[in-house]
Ligand binder design. Structure first.
Ligand code: FES
Length: 275
C-alpha cells in the first residue's frame, strides 16, 4: 500500500488556464467519476421525460376505471388537451391543444434547472466549468452568472414559490389516489403509496432548498429578536444538509410515479390493492 511519502511531487508550472498549472489537473484520483455519473443520469432523465411528455397518453387512470392515479409529469392537468376527468379539468384552458405535460412541467423545470445543487451538477458534468475541484475549466473565459442567460438563475427563489403551489397540487393527487372506485371506496394500493412518497419527496426537496433556508433565517442579525424565524430556520437547516439526496430521490420518484401510472393506465397491470 502506498503512503503519502511514496507520492512523488509533480513539477508544476503556473500560467495555464486562468493562472493554474500548465496541466489540466494534478489530481490522481477518479475525479471524473462523479461528473460522468451525473452526466449519464441527467441525460437519461431528460431523454425519458422528453419521450413521456410527447406521448400525451396513458398518464391518467380515470375514476371510471378502478383507480384515480395521475402522473406527476401531467399534473396539474388543466388544459383543453387533458383526458376527461383528469384532476383539474374543471379549470380547462380550451385553447391549449398540445400535450398538457408542457404546462405541467414548466414550473418544476424552472425550479430544478435553477436549483443551486443541480447547477453545480450540470455545470460540472455538462459544461465542465469546472468538472471538479482542482481541475481546470473546460473554457478559457469565465463570466459566472453575471450575464444572460445564466443571470436568470437568480429567479430561483420565485420558482421555489411556484413549486410550492405544484407541491400542494401533487399532494392532492396523492390523497385522491386513495380513492378506489373499482374496489369499493377507499384503500391503499401500490399506486397510492408511490404517489404519496413522491409528494413527500417533493416537499423534502423544496423545504431543504437554500432559498427556503435563507427565507427563514436570512437577514436576521439576532435570532433572539425573531423567534419564529429562528424556529423555522432550525427546522429547515437539517433538511438543507441533505438537499442533494432529496434532489436525486425526488427526481427518481417522479420518474417511478410516471412509469407506474403509465403501465397501469395502459392496462399492463391492475395496481394491486394492499389493504
Ligand atoms: Fe435546490 Fe433551491 S437550492 S431547490
Amino acid at each position: 500500500m502506498s503512503t503519502i511519502e511514496d507520492v512523488k511531487p509533480v513539477p508544476v508550472t503556473l500560467g495555464g488556464v486562468r493562472g493554474g498549472p500548465e496541466r489540466r489537473t494534478l489530481r490522481r484520483d477518479r475525479w471524473w467519476a462523479s461528473p460522468a455519473f451525473t452526466y449519464a443520469v441527467l441525460t437519461l432523465f431528460v431523454a425519458y421525460t422528453a419521450w413521456a411528455v410527447f406521448q400525451n397518453a396513458d398518464y391518467y387512470v380515470g375514476v371510471n376505471m378502478h383507480r384515480d392515479l395521475i402522473s406527476p409529469l401531467y399534473s396539474p392537468c388543466i388544459m383543453g388537451s387533458c383526458v376527461p376527468g383528469a384532476h383539474g379539468t374543471f379549470l380547462v384552458l380550451h385553447w391549449w391543444t398540445i400535450t398538457p405535460a408542457i404546462f405541467a412541467l414548466s414550473v418544476p423545470a424552472a425550479f430544478r434547472s435553477t436549483c443551486y445543487y443541480y447547477r453545480k451538477a450540470y455545470y460540472r458534468s455538462f459544461w465542465q466549468a469546472p468538472p471538479a475541484c482542482g481541475v481546470a475549466d473546460g473554457h478559457a473565459r469565465y463570466t459566472g452568472e453575471t450575464r444572460f442567460p445564466l443571470i436568470l438563475q437568480n429567479l430561483h427563489r420565485y420558482a421555489w414559490g411556484l413549486a410550492l403551489v405544484w407541491n400542494v397540487i401533487l399532494t392532492i393527487d396523492a390523497v385522491m389516489a386513495f380513492r378506489m372506485p373499482g374496489d369499493g371506496g377507499i384503500g391503499v394500493s401500490v399506486g397510492s403509496l408511490i404517489l404519496t412518497v413522491n409528494a413527500i419527496a417533493l416537499w423534502l426537496y423544496s423545504l431543504s432548498c437554500h432559498a427556503c433556508r435563507h427565507l427563514c433565517g436570512g437577514h436576521v442579525d439576532q435570532f433572539s429578536k425573531a423567534p419564529i424565524r429562528h424556529r423555522l430556520w432550525k427546522l429547515v437547516t437539517p433538511l438543507n444538509g441533505r438537499h442533494m439526496q432529496f434532489a436525486w430521490f425526488s427526481l427518481f420518484m417522479v420518474v417511478l410515479a410516471d412509469v407506474y401510472v403509465r403501465i397501469v393506465a395502459a392496462g399492463w397491470i391492475h395496481d394491486p390493492k394492499l389493504f
